[in-house]
Design a protein around this ligand. Structure first.
Ligand SMILES: [Zn+2]
Length: 480
């Protein structure tokens, strides 16, 4: 923390609320003059005034939302390798150019190309009370297809891999139904997700190991509704690849009840998904070049790809648009950061993280020093703080800026994970930061048809961009 900031912090403690109010009103009044004449934070311009101006300028127009509307309407299903992902690359490059970012360019990568296919169905084929009932399912990302006529087998329910292993012969030739729900007692929804998602990511492998013929996985959400949630799953070379699908929570509960009431329930599953050869794609990159240390870089980004369900509005169109907005806000205010602030739209976070890895190792990185990498990928909800993935001295430095984020209620600064896309940059020595947000509703939408633009509040989205802009600015001025 710089001496200037330390001085101000002491001063703040003796300012009365009335002083703050007067100062706020004065700054608001002369906002136009200050914003157009300010260059590279001349002496006397406090960080606090920059924070106020970022806040006012951002909330006046909420432009991140206008951009997100454009992205989600023109390229809603941006799964890696898809036509919409290619459209999103072109569109965001244009957005950056139109908004005057420097050095806008694409960095080419090859990405996996999985397609869902037109048919994904599940029907109860043996039951005295529910025969013929359709179950709402969707293929998990990366799944193999079923044979053309589907897989028809008895269903067996388990809550854990341990339980599955105890079943022995009785799991053979069954559809393994993984039905461990989200733990509702935890406050942290990401922790809850972490406690259930092994069923989705490894369910097919564990099902096949037990002799099962398919995996049916309860959707990763707190909500009980009829919308299945997709997401990445994987195979291992040594185990047979069996198809895997998510089932809506409503149908998971119904099926579970039915299994208690009746014996030998059978279900037919049909999936027509497939994996095509890898496809060319790109990360989209643009920046505001540093005025004093252009080779020291602060990355701010999100992932441009999303699942083919919904519109990827929260996950992670919002994070991408916020990154562009960070630079747009600075340009509008005439802020000239000392170090380079670079917006990166990473491609392929959902099923490979090829974009994140390629960015960190690209030849373009030679001669650059990445000091920080900031990711917003927890939904476009109201910001609550910043998680810091760095050593304790960096954490202490950023925590000393806490009061500057109080105005946005985003002053929770704590050690924690940054994000998948920036993880390779962080591994190479940059400090990692994650925009922490209010996440109680995130998994209502995540990876499903529910993740659409109407679920995003323009002001909450913008506040996230403002917090990121302020963090970028402070790091740019002070270093780490
Ligand atoms: Zn995401």
């Amino acid at each position: 923390m710089g001496p200037r900031l330390r001085g101000r912090s002491t001063l703040r403690t003796i300012l009365t609320p009335m002083h703050t109010l007067i100062r706020f009103a004065f700054l608001a009044m002369c906002f136009g003059i200050v914003s157009s004449s300010l260059a590279a934070t001349p002496p006397g311009v406090s960080y606090d005034s920059v924070a106020i101006r970022l806040l006012e300028s951002g909330l006046r127009n909420c432009e991140a939302f206008q951009m997100l509307k454009e992205l989600t309407s023109h390229a809603p299903h941006r799964l890696s390798g898809s036509p919409d992902a290619a459209r999103a690359v072109d569109l965001t490059k244009k957005m950056m150019e139109q908004r005057g970012l420097n050095k806008v360019h694409l960095e080419a990568i090859m990405v996996p190309h999985w397609v869902r296919g037109p048919v994904e169905e599940a029907t109860i084929t043996r039951s005295t009370s529910k025969k013929g009932t359709k179950l709402t399912i969707c293929a998990l990302g990366g799944s193999v297809a079923t044979p053309k006529r589907g897989i028809e087998a008895e269903v067996i329910e388990v809550k854990s891999f341990e339980q599955l292993r105890t079943l022995g012969e009785s799991a053979k030739n069954k559809i393994i139904f993984f039905n461990r729900p989200f733990d509702p007692t935890k406050f942290n929804t990401f922790e809850t997700y972490g406690g259930a998602v092994d069923q989705r990511s490894r369910g097919a492998v564990e099902a096949a190991r037990a002799g099962g013929v398919a995996a049916l996985v309860r959707s990763m959400t707190h909500v009980i509704d009829d919308v299945p949630h997709t997401g990445a799953m994987g195979y291992v070379d040594t185990v047979k690849k069996v198809p895997a699908a998510a089932i809506s929570t409503l149908d998971a509960d119904m099926l579970s009840k039915l299994l208690l009431q009746e014996k030998n329930i059978r279900v037919r599953i049909q999936l027509t998904c497939k994996t095509l050869p890898d496809t060319p794609s790109a990360n989209v990159v643009g920046e505001i070049t540093g005025s004093e240390k252009p080779d020291e870089v602060i990355v701010v980004g999100g992932h441009l790809d999303c699942w083919d369900k919904g519109q990827g509005a929260h996950d992670d169109g919002g994070g991408c648009m916020q990154a562009i907005e960070v630079i747009q806000l600075m340009r509008k205010l005439g802020v000239k950061p000392k170090r380079t602030i670079r917006a990166v739209m990473f491609m392929n976070e959902e099923n490979g993280n090829r974009g994140g890895k390629a960015y960190a190792t690209a030849p373009e990185r030679a001669g650059e020093k990445h000091i920080a990498a900031i990711e917003s990928d927890r939904g476009a909800f109201a910001p609550r703080g910043i998680s810091v993935q760095a050593d304790s001295s960096v954490l202490a430095k950023v925590q000393a800026w806490r009061s500057l984020f109080e105005r946005m209620y985003a002053d929770r600064i704590f050690p924690g994970y940054s994000g998948v896309d920036v993880s390779a940059i962080v591994e190479r020595g940059a400090a990692g930061f994650g925009l922490d947000v209010e996440t109680q509703r995130y998994f209502d939408y995540h990876h499903s048809d529910n993740d659409t633009i109407d679920k995003v509040n323009p002001r909450e989205l913008e506040l996230g961009a403002i917090v990121e802009a302020l963090l970028c600015y402070l790091i740019s001025e002070e270093g780490l």
